[in-house]
Design a protein around this ligand. Structure first.
Ligand code: ATP
Ligand code: MG
Length: 315
């Protein structure tokens, strides 16, 4: 199937000479929820702004639903809704006027029923006649979402949709994003909340230092890069480990009271049985076993660190 968004060799060097994106290739599948993760300054907003035609790329090409974002800007842009990271909504206008006006900007005929539906979905209906400047921060953010949806886009970008949003609204937002996907909308979101990506995304892209370090199906990513650890609580502390246990690369923790064995969840043989047998042979007794699995957060932190040290070595 043809990707709904195709980013080919996109780079961005800002006027001051800073290169925020190197050469990014990315394809977004129609109907997916794609989460873009990366630390502050990684280039997430820059990439989104380029796809939405707000920032011009220095190199490369982007198409949205088959339309080149530069040569066919209007056609491409009409497919896209963007909820920007920075709110710029301090207006004297009412919620209702603002959202309807946004729709009009895209040359769409008025559709009050549709606007009512999205305002209700976003729990903004009671506030439809309020001036935007009189809303709370979380409500303003919801207005931004309503504006982004006002012209019935098939692609929605959410740049940090839940930054500074309370837990309940975050849940509502996730619910809404799922509902949009169920209606065929493709959603691309950036987030610093790893649990958000873990909860929502079909695929995950990790960006760091202007490079897309990895793009992977979420479950594959967690399976591939996820590590499991077995913590072995000993009866009595060990000072050093016998030579023949070195192959297990155990970590001695808690002043010799605990051994930590890290194993690969992908391998058929975890090696646990061999390890326990070997411990037994050396008369190392244990009183408790506890296993844990790495979260997406740990995977992410590892990836970013790895990429940073590779860059330092290269530069
Ligand atoms: N208009 C600009 N002029 C010069 N440099 C810029 C401009 N906009 C962004 N940058 C730089 O480009 C880099 C990437 O910024 P970007 O906003 O894309 O990061 P981000 O991944 O969205 O970060 P955050 O998580 O903080 O939102 C940063 O180093 C930033 O300082
Ligand atoms: Mg950003």
């Amino acid at each position: 199937m043809q990707p709904i968004i195709s980013v080919q060799g996109v780079g961005k060097t800002y006027a001051g000479g800073f290169t925020a994106l190197k050469s990014v290739d990315l394809e977004i599948t129609r109907g997916e929820i794609f989460a873009l993760l990366g630390p502050n300054g990684a280039g997430k907003t820059t990439l989104i702004s380029i796809i939405c035609g707000i920032v011009n790329a220095t190199n490369g090409r982007v198409t949205a639903d088959g339309h080149d974002i530069q040569r066919e800007f209007r056609a491409a842009r009409s497919k896209i809704g963007l909820v920007p990271q920075e709110l710029s909504t301090d207006s004297f206008e009412s919620v209702w006027a603002t959202v309807n006006f946004s729709r009009g900007l895209f040359g769409k005929a008025p559709n009050p029923e549709y606007i009512e539906k999205i305002l209700r979905q976003l729990s903004l209906w009671e506030k439809k006649d309020s001036r935007i400047m009189a809303l709370s921060g979380g409500m303003k953010r919801r207005v931004m979402i309503a504006k982004a949806l006002s012209h019935e886009p098939s692609i929605l970008f959410l740049d940090e949709p839940t930054a500074g949003v309370d837990v309940e609204l975050r849940r509502d937002m996730w619910e809404m994003v799922r509902g949009l996907r169920a209606n065929g909308v493709t959603v691309i979101l950036t987030t610093h909340y790893i649990e958000e990506a873990e909860e929502m995304a079909d695929r995950i892209g990790v960006i760091n230092g202007g490079e897309l370090v990895l793009v992977e199906d979420k479950h594959t990513l967690m399976r591939k890069l996820g590590k499991k650890q077995l913590a072995i609580q000993l009866q009595s502390p060990v000072a050093a480990l016998p030579e023949s246990l070195h192959e297990f690369a155990l970590e001695v923790a808690d002043e010799g009271n605990q051994l930590i064995y890290t194993f690969d969840t992908q391998r058929e043989q975890t090696g646990i049985a061999d390890l326990l047998r070997a411990l037994n042979q050396h008369g190392i007794e244990f009183k408790d076993l506890h296993s844990s699995e790495s979260s997406l957060e740990e995977i992410f932190v590892n990836l970013v660190h790895q990429n940073q040290s590779e860059r330092q070595q290269a530069g």
